[in-house]
Design a protein around this ligand. Structure first.
Ligand code: NAP
Length: 285
C-alpha cells in the first residue's frame, strides 16, 4: 500500500485569517481594545513571546502597554500592579506572561486578575467555568488554537475519539474540557498513563502537549488520524538551529491524515486567540 498524503494544517494562514477577522470586527464595533502585559524577569523565550503578542496587537491596531518587572521583584509589588490593572477602567485585558521566577506564586498572582479581563483564561473563575462546561468565561488561547486547527481538518468533531497527551493547567486540562464541549470522546494521558502507544493508536484526533521532544512515534499513530503537535523544542541539527515538536514528524508523515507543523502550527494560533479573547473582553465591558 502506498503511503497516504498527510495534509499539513497551515496554522500561519488560519491565524492570519483569524487576526484579520478580529481586527475587522473591532473596527466595525468602533472599539480599540487595550491589553496590559506584565513581564517579570529576563527569560529569553518569554521576551520573544511578548514581542510577538505586541506585534500582533499593533497590527490589529489594538493598544498594548507593557510593564517590565525585574526578576527579583517583591511579590507584594507584583500583586499591586496586577490589582491596579484589574481596577483600571481603560484596560480591557491583562496578560501575565508565564513562567514567573521561582519565588513568585503563580496561582496567587493569577487569581488577582479580574475574570472579565482574563484574556489568557487562567484565573480560577474562568478555569472553573470551562471545567463545568458553562459558557461565558474565557478559555486559554493555546487550547482554543488546537481545537481550531482540528476543525480546519474536520467540519465537526462530534463523537470523535480524541486523546490529549498532557494534563497541564495551561494546555492539556483546558484542551480536554474544550474537546468535551465539541462532543468528542476524550481521553487524557499523562506521565503515569500506561501504554501510551496503545492510547495513541486509538485516537482519531491526537493532541500532544507533553513537553518531550518527539515523544510520539509514527508507528503509534492511527492511520488517517489528525495530529495537533503543541510541543516546541529548539534543536541543533547538522549545525542548523530548528524547532521540533512533541511528535516525530518525519515518521508521522505518510501515516496521519493531517498534521500541524512546528513551527507554523499551534504557535501562531495562540497569539490570534489572544486577540480574539481581548476583543471579546472589550466588547463585554
Ligand atoms: P507541562 O506543564 O510541562 O506539562 C506537560 C504534561 O505532559 C504533564 O501533564 C505531564 O504529565 C505530561 N507528560 C510529560 N511527559 C510525558 C510522557 N512521557 N508521557 C505522557 N505524558 C507526559 O507543559 P505544558 O505547559 O503543557 O506545555 C507542553 C508543551 O507545549 C511544551 O513543549 C511547551 O513548550 C509547548 N507549548 C506550546 C505553546 C504554543 O503556543 N505552541 C503554548 C504552550 C506550551 P504529569 O502531569 O503526570 O507530570
Amino acid at each position: 500500500m502506498s503511503p497516504r498524503e498527510t495534509v499539513i494544517i497551515d496554522g500561519k494562514a488560519e491565524a492570519a485569517a483569524l487576526r484579520a477577522k478580529v481586527a475587522s470586527e473591532a473596527r466595525r464595533a468602533a472599539v480599540r481594545p487595550h491589553l496590559a502585559i506584565i513581564l517579570v524577569g529576563e527569560d529569553p523565550a518569554s521576551h520573544v513571546y511578548v514581542r510577538n503578542k505586541m506585534a500582533a496587537a499593533a497590527e490589529a491596531d489594538f493598544r498594548v502597554s507593557l510593564l517590565r518587572l525585574p526578576a527579583d521583584v517583591a511579590e507584594a509589588r507584583l500583586h499591586r500592579e496586577i490589582v491596579a490593572r484589574s481596577e483600571a477602567a481603560e484596560i480591557d485585558g491583562i496578560l501575565l506572561q508565564l513562567p514567573l521566577p521561582d519565588h513568585l506564586d503563580r496561582r496567587a498572582a493569577l487569581s488577582l486578575i479580574a475574570p472579565g479581563k482574563d484574556v489568557d483564561g487562567l484565573t480560577p473563575v474562568n478555569a472553573g467555568l470551562l471545567a463545568q462546561g458553562v459558557a461565558g468565561g474565557f478559555a486559554p488561547c493555546t487550547p482554543l488554537g488546537c481545537v481550531h486547527l482540528a476543525k480546519a481538518a474536520h467540519r465537526s468533531l462530534e463523537g470523535m475519539e480524541a486523546l490529549v497527551v498532557g494534563r497541564s493547567e495551561l494546555v492539556g486540562r483546558p484542551l480536554a474540557a474544550l474537546l468535551l464541549r465539541e462532543d468528542c470522546t476524550v481521553t487524557a494521558a499523562h506521565s503515569r498513563s500506561r501504554d501510551l502507544a496503545g492510547l495513541v493508536g486509538r485516537a482519531e484526533l491526537l493532541f500532544v502537549a507533553a513537553g518531550v521532544a518527539e515523544l510520539v512515534r509514527g508507528s503509534w499513530v492511527r492511520e488517517g488520524a489528525t495530529v495537533v503537535d503543541v510541543g516546541i523544542h529548539p534543536r541543533v541539527v547538522g549545525g542548523e538551529r530548528r524547532l521540533v515538536g512533541d511528535v516525530a514528524r518525519g515518521e508521522v508523515l505518510g501515516r496521519a491524515g493531517a498534521l500541524t507543523p512546528v513551527p507554523g502550527g499551534v504557535g501562531p494560533m495562540t497569539v490570534a486567540y489572544l486577540l480574539r479573547n481581548l476583543l471579546e473582553a472589550a466588547l463585554r465591558r
